[in-house]
Design a protein around this ligand. Structure first.
Ligand SMILES: NC(=O)c1ccc[n+]([C@@H]2O[C@H](COP(=O)([O-])OP(=O)(O)OC[C@H]3O[C@@H](n4cnc5c(N)ncnc54)[C@H](OP(=O)(O)O)[C@@H]3O)[C@@H](O)[C@H]2O)c1
Length: 225
């Protein structure tokens, strides 16, 4: 299986690379600074690590050109990269931070997916790593404007991509990884990155076309939009 994963130099993205390479999959990994991606370089040959900044449309196009030099078919694309934006206090929100967060978490993944579309054939899967914090129905504590709004937008993008890509037989999922111990999730998060990712890999492996367009937790439970 040919797989492309964004935000692959640390956290959940790095763990996806670890687990997929350990079972022998062909993995291409996107990250902002391949030179500094030491952990990733221990897992992949250097030319499989592709420079990608989701906030930069030229970088997105250039990464697609490189992906196409390596593969003619993409079986699984994981839009994993994401940023939190300013946390908590609603007084701390500002336009620049909100637009940056929207750009990386919602706009970049859509543009990249659409540019990769020609590589995907029937049965291919697109996985958008979303968050329960993007669920409107689940939101009872507020705050985190930039992050919540960007992930709600990513959820809408997932539904739209499902409607567009189902004509080609491509499955699209929005997946919530759980609250995971990474730089973003922090050390008090209950779920290890290993457990979250192995759980998501099971869901991705088992995903059938009737589940396409759904918002799922890492263990496959359907979540409210
Ligand atoms: N951890 C959790 O509890 C949790 C919960 C729900 C959802 N999620 C989602 O899971 C995904 C992975 O999160 P994580 O916990 O692994 O976070 P993380 O440890 O902070 O890693 C984030 C990754 O995104 C990359 N990234 C940031 N800005 C980027 C940009 N402009 N272009 C390309 N890549 C960029 C980072 O690269 P750099 O090293 O270059 O910054 C890094 O590889 C995110 O989408 C996040 O929203 C996480």
């Amino acid at each position: 299986m040919n797989i492309f994963i964004t935000g692959a130099n640390r956290g959940i993205g790095l763990e996806f690379v670890k687990q997929y390479t350990s079972r022998g999959e062909y993995v291409l990994a996107g990250c902002r600074d391949p030179e500094k991606a030491k952990k990733l370089r221990r897992l992949l040959q250097t030319n499989h690590i592709i420079s990608l900044d989701l906030a930069d449309s030229n970088s997105i196009s250039e990464s697609v050109t490189i992906v196409k030099q390596h593969i003619t078919h993409l079986h699984l694309f994981i839009n994993n990269a994401g940023i939190m934006g300013k946390r908590g206090n609603p007084k701390s929100i500002n336009q620049e931070d909100m637009l940056d967060t929207y750009s990386v978490n919602a706009v970049g993944p859509v543009i990249l997916t659409k540019q990769l579309k020609s590589l995907m054939v029937s049965g291919a899967k697109v996985v958008n790593i979303s968050s329960l914090m993007g669920s409107i129905e689940d939101n009872e504590s507020g705050g985190y404007y930039a992050y919540r709004m960007s992930k709600a937008a990513l959820n809408m993008a997932s539904k739209n991509l499902y409607l567009e890509l189902r004509k080609k037989g491509i499955i699209v999922l929005a997946l919530h990884p759980g609250w995971v111990r990474t730089d973003m999730g922090g050390i008090v998060a209950p779920l290890s990155v290993k457990k979250s990712v192995s759980s998501m890999i099971n869901v991705i492996d088992d995903a059938k076309s009737h589940q396409s367009g759904q918002f799922l937790r890492h263990d496959g439970e359907v979540l409210p939009w």
